[in-house]
Design a protein. Structure first.
Length: 325
């Protein structure tokens, strides 16, 4: 695979890349860059975490990257997930790994490594904690509080001391895991930028490249991201066929509008990357069956009114159920 092809595959994962020229240089100089991705085991897995992540990780490994998936069990405990019960958190972590294997994440061959934060930090505490302390020392409190969005908290929330510690630790993870690329969601952008600023502070030349992926919105109108507290806002990996059908049927899907339409987002980020096509079955008087080979063709038909939400939704449910099956 040429340098340009590898760059194109890796870049395609991110809605934003800081910085593209650094990514190109990294690929020129390092045959197997290290990508870091982390998650808090905090409950059920939705389809973006399950399917989108598997697609992204497979792209990264196909382009020669090694992916370290940081199972942030200690972080989930700091963030008071599952009542702060580490044993429960670790059971969820195991469950999420099994889902990724079932979805087809390419974990054979050692290019994907699952690392438990509690184990790694304990075994290399002498490396980890001085780093956390140095990051904490070099940053003012308001700067750290601004990063609290990474935990699904706002700056106004009542934060515990543990939650103020969290961004310093997540910033340290980047260096602790020797990551060349931070491959996390747009919601984690602030702490990744903090890691780049820390490089300026310590006069480090090679900064981690930030590759932030798109966040799927919730299925209801005005939900910018999926909500764990509202089960109707997302499709979950263990939803039954009937659940999917009901959720998609009730989903916000304004006719002729592609932007901020959750059904169109599911098609763009999940269905097309998985199947490379999308078939809509309609009555002959409504245009008959049609297979779209690209998202652009589908979006054009939808915007023009050629394709109606009443035909799009059942086809979308069918495609998602096929993936989940």
């Amino acid at each position: 695979m040429s340098l340009e092809e590898r760059f194109a595959i890796i870049r395609s994962i991110g809605e934003e890349c800081i910085q593209e020229d650094e990514l190109m240089r990294l690929l020129q100089n390092k045959p197997q860059p290290i990508c870091y991705d982390g998650f808090e085991p905090s409950g059920r897995m939705h389809i973006a975490q399950g399917v989108m992540k598997a697609i992204s990780v497979n792209k990264l490994t196909s382009a020669g990257c090694k992916v370290k998936i940081w199972i942030a069990d200690w972080f989930a405990q700091l963030n008071n997930k599952m009542g702060g019960d580490l044993k429960k958190i670790q059971v969820i972590g195991q469950y999420l790994i099994e889902i990724w294997k079932a979805v087809g994440m390419n974990v054979e061959g050692g290019q994907v490594e699952f690392l438990w934060s509690s184990e790694e930090i304990n075994s290399r505490a002498h490396e980890y904690w001085p780093l956390v302390m140095d990051i904490a020392r070099r940053n003012k409190l308001p700067r750290i509080v601004r990063c609290c969005q990474i935990m699904g908290r706002t700056e106004q929330d009542e934060l515990s001391a543990a939650q103020i510690f969290y961004p310093c630790m997540q910033c340290a993870d980047v260096f602790f895991l020797k990551a060349d690329i931070c491959q996390l969601g747009m919601d984690q952008r602030k702490v990744n930028v903090l890691a780049r600023e820390y490089c300026d502070d310590i006069k480090r030349k090679n900064k981690p490249i930030i590759l932030s992926h798109h966040m799927l919105p919730g299925l209801q109108e005005g939900q910018e991201k999926m909500s764990k507290s509202d089960p109707s806002s997302a499709i979950y990996m263990e939803d039954e066929e009937a659940d999917v059908n009901v959720k998609i049927k009730k989903a916000f899907c304004p006719p002729k509008v592609v932007e901020k339409n959750p059904c169109m987002e599911y098609l763009k980020y999940i269905v097309f990357p998985w199947f490379n096509e999308f078939t809509v079955e309609r009555k002959p008087e409504n245009g008959g069956e049609k297979t779209f080979k690209s998202f652009k063709d589908l979006a054009d038909d939808y915007e023009s009114g050629e394709l109606h939400p009443g035909d799009l939704k059942p086809a979308l449910s069918k495609a998602i159920n096929k993936i989940l099956q």
